[in-house]
Design a protein around this ligand. Sequence first.
Ligand code: COA
Length: 293
Amino acid sequence: MSIRITPLTDPDHTHSSRRLAWLASHPDGTPAGSAFLRLSSRPGQAHRAELNLTVHPAERRRGVGTLLLAAAVGAARDDDRSSVFAQVEAGSAGDLFLSVRDFRRVLTLTYARLPLAEIDPDELAEIVERPHPGYRLASWDGIVPDELAVTFAASRRAMDDMPMDETDYGTETWDVDRVRAVARAVGDRGDLLHTVVAIDESDGSIAGFTELVVRGDGRGDGQHYGTGVLPEHRGHGLGLWMKAEAIRQARERHPALDGLLTDTADSNRHMRAINDTLGYAPTHRAYGYQLDL
Ligand SMILES: CC(C)(COP(=O)(O)OP(=O)(O)OC[C@H]1O[C@@H](n2cnc3c(N)ncnc32)[C@H](O)[C@@H]1OP(=O)(O)O)[C@@H](O)C(=O)NCCC(=O)NCCS
């Protein structure tokens, strides 16, 4: 079987990353698979590359994936990246494929789902209404209101020590422009971004946040993005409180929504405890693999 690997021009450039792409095809042009390599240019993450590689199910176990992988890893080396990261479902072909390469397993994530129909509204209300002296909840849709933008960007630091096991994740840097750009990108693709925050009443700054993305038509499953509480505000139950409020709002505002999806590193004990308390049930597990260059 002679397979040709063609580098493609990928228009998916953002202000903070670009993507390289390759197509694997037969001599007659029939596609067999593709690979994408995302190269971040953000300070603190410019050493990383993220790989997404797929071979058509009818073309597998014939070396196509190996050829695509070689092209992507070569490009990561040429770009002076020090690691290539890929995420695969546990027990999948991708898991088996990467485990026999030089990749090592660096992260275990559990995916969990909360079926909204099974929620007990009284139990949820009890959590949301529990007093948290010194804090209040606030929320918005889409882009952060101007008066909260500076402390919202500053609160993203809460994610810096999120357990990522052995993943060479680096540190993300945030500013007001970036939090606005992320929210704009979600809106531009037609989805709804709901953010709930806990505000420190002593100075009006944001102590923690949780983000939920719902399809524009309010159907299917919503996807939780980040939840974080700044280190100096941990231990007061703010994570559980904010996530409970996000669920309450989702139920109320999107009656056709089926469920909410979340994924958490197995080593993230505190976030997993919050998800368990709120009734999220594990659906599957995924692994992060990393190749150190
Ligand atoms: C993972 C994937 C890219 C592999 O593509 P492929 O063309 O079948 O891979 P190759 O034929 O080059 O290499 C296969 C080697 O990986 C391992 N492997 C791949 N799939 C496997 C499977 N289902 N069971 C056991 N081993 C497997 C084997 O060692 C195999 O060598 P062998 O066939 O000589 O035994 C393909 O299954 C796929 O597209 N999966 C869905 C997307 C995905 O998980 N991508 C992973 C990285 S982002």
